[in-house]
Design a protein around this ligand. Sequence first.
Ligand SMILES: [Zn+2]
Length: 190
Amino acid sequence: MISQKSWADDMAEQSCLLCSIIEGQVPSKKIYEDDDLVGILDFNGANPGHSFVLPKQHFTILEQVPNFLVGKMFNVANRISSAIFDVLKVHGTNLFVANGVAAGQKVAHCMVQVIPRLEKDGVNMSWSPKQLSEEEMSTVEIKLKDEIGKIGLATEVKPKGSGGEPKAAKVFSESEGEDNYLLKQVERIP
Ligand SMILES: [Zn+2]
């Protein structure tokens, strides 16, 4: 488990329901656990088997999570998804991350949700397509390509066993700093 914690991390954890669940102060149905992550059944899930995978250390949104842990989260989510397919005989799964209030994030602790799906199960993850002009598409393409190139591996942290204990994540690329929109939105969660 990642051990380095800042004062801000401690403060965030104290008011976080999911940190309380991870620490065993609130009962839960754990279906997976290792040094860094837990997988828990959602009591109020969309379908039976609805689960979430979350880091034991408190991170608010995926952008803050060290890269090795992002990979591990999706690896474990994929394993849970495979188990759901095999055992619960579902027709599909959604792997879902909500970054920010606008995206439907309800708890300020980053997680990957694994949602079992059945045909006509009434779970609505659809949207109305928005038709963009060629100019709008090109503008977005250029902006994103440029920014993605700059971000690179800024949040890369060495995994355990490759030369030292992982450090807490470098949170944002320097160009974003305190202006990060998603985090500001998320921090408005009571
Ligand atoms: Zn938390």
